[in-house]
Design a protein around this ligand. Structure first.
Ligand code: 5GP
Length: 141
């Protein structure tokens, strides 16, 4: 059975998309630890991230880097933090989080309730910046 992330990628389940290419999809986490909390997923469904073939792993991280760049450009934060867990959804993914301190990476914190219009706005800002960077500044990658 397709994972919930494969169903999101297929458009069967709605998501707040922030970036996409032919092999990857990035969208806002539905239970964000912080505003802008993003999941970056390979379209090729593999459970454990470190089981990805070497080239697919490298491509996933290169795509995550571009998403992180767009996030950093539009979200007020010091850094974009990176985490990999995969304990809940058996489809490899990278968490990207706008952070200002170590404590912002706390996944035990109470999840933020962010209104739908704000989620939509955050996703649109990251999406537009990602697209702008792709077309205007390909050299930065
Ligand atoms: P992990 O597998 O890395 O432990 O956690 C999975 C993450 O996916 C969680 O942060 C959870 O909130 C998120 N998640 C689970 N189901 C959905 C969903 O249907 N939509 C979105 N946008 N995020 C989800």
């Amino acid at each position: 059975m397709a994972s919930i992330f494969s169903r999101i990628i297929a458009g069967e389940i709605p998501s707040y998309k922030v970036a996409e290419d032919d092999k990857h999809y990035a969208f806002l986490d539905i239970n964000p630890v912080a505003p802008g909390h993003t999941l970056v997923v390979p379209k090729h469904e593999v459970d454990y991230i470190f089981d990805l073939p070497q080239d697919e792993y490298a491509e996933l991280m290169a795509f995550a880097k571009k998403v992180a760049k767009a996030m950093k450009d539009v979200m007020p934060c010091k850094r974009i933090g990176v985490a990999v867990m995969g304990l809940e959804v058996p489809h490899a993914h990278v968490h990207l989080l706008p952070i200002n301190s170590e404590s912002d990476m706390n996944f035990f914190t109470e999840k933020k309730q962010i209104p739908a219009d704000e989620m939509k706005d955050i996703a649109a800002r990251i999406f537009n910046k990602f697209e702008e960077n792709e077309t205007s500044h390909p050299e930065i990658f």
